[in-house]
Design a protein around this ligand. Structure first.
Ligand code: IPD
Ligand code: CA
Ligand code: CA
Length: 258
């Protein structure tokens, strides 16, 4: 990919993070969207506006698909499309002041070319250029480890696990479960080998666009829960894991012993 494009994306993310940190000290407005737990703040909206303005100025032929409104103009992935979640983990942002990320995936004719997940408060920058491996703060990440299911840590939203017997059984089979409240960070953690799988019943393209390429570039697998390729235009389930754990969870969910 074009180095100037990569540098520009990293510069915008750095500026967005500086803005987020400043607003956290000053205070911001919180609103709800689809339901009382679906939070959005003025910071989410302003970060997306910032990217819109940057693209219009520096890359006028590129298009932005962002969670806070700009997705409405995007119906295909032709050309260069930036898929942005200005703050992934807004509930963490509002309640905890940490545990959230700026997530960006750049796509060219539907294929991911660059992914970034930036953990703003912990200053952890996860990046991956397609075909060049995944990096954390400029250091190459090793391939994800081959773990057994019984020795793995897996992450998902406990809210839906309690309603599904197959997933409850899975909890008993693994070493431990985690739930971080930011899909982008959970994908980055799979890429970094901190957890071995992340599963979700429903996510949007902006939740996964940055993180999924990180996982692939660290030799992990990413599909929906039916084992199909992600299409980045629609909401879908998500299943990201180290290959051995992906295989064992798939066998478990399909009723085969592992
Ligand atoms: C949410 C987070 C969360 C996931 C939700 C997403 P948001 O994104 O990624 O972990 O479980 O489905 O909507 O709203 O904080 O950008
Ligand atoms: Ca999100
Ligand atoms: Ca968001």
């Amino acid at each position: 990919m074009d180095e100037s494009l990569r540098q520009a994306a990293l510069q915008y993310i750095s500026e967005a993070a500086a803005y987020i940190r400043t607003e956290m000290k000053k205070g911001y407005d919180v609103d709800t969207k689809a339901n009382k737990d679906d939070l959005v703040t003025t910071v989410d909206k302003n970060v997306e506006t910032m990217f819109q303005e940057k693209l219009a100025q520096d890359f006028p032929e590129h298009r932005l698909m962002g969670e806070e409104g700009s997705f409405e103009n995007i119906h295909d992935l032709d050309g260069t499309v930036w898929i942005l979640d200005p703050i992934d983990g807004t509930v963490n942002f509002v309640h905890m002041g940490t545990g959230f990320a700026v997530s960006l995936g750049i796509f060219q004719d539907g294929e991911p070319v660059f992914g970034v997940v930036y953990d703003v408060m912990n200053d952890e920058l996860f990046t991956a250029v397609a075909g060049e491996g995944a990096y954390l703060n400029g250091h190459a990440l090793p391939n994800v480890p081959d773990r057994t299911l019984s020795g793995s840590l897996i992450s998902f939203n406990t809210g839906w696990v309690i309603h599904n017997e197959k997933y409850r059984e899975l909890v008993d089979k693994v070493r431990g479960t985690r739930s971080y409240g930011s899909a982008a960070l959970e994908l980055a953690y799979v890429a970094a080998g901190r957890i071995d799988a992340y599963l979700s019943l429903r996510l949007a393209p902006w939740d996964v666009a940055g993180g999924s390429i990180l996982v692939q570039e660290a030799r992990g697998l990413v599909t929906n829960l039916n084992g199909e390729k992600l299409d980045f235009l629609h909401k879908d389930s998500l299943f990201a894991a180290a290959p051995t754990v992906y295989r064992d969870i798939t066998n478990h969910l399909n009723g085969h012993s592992s």
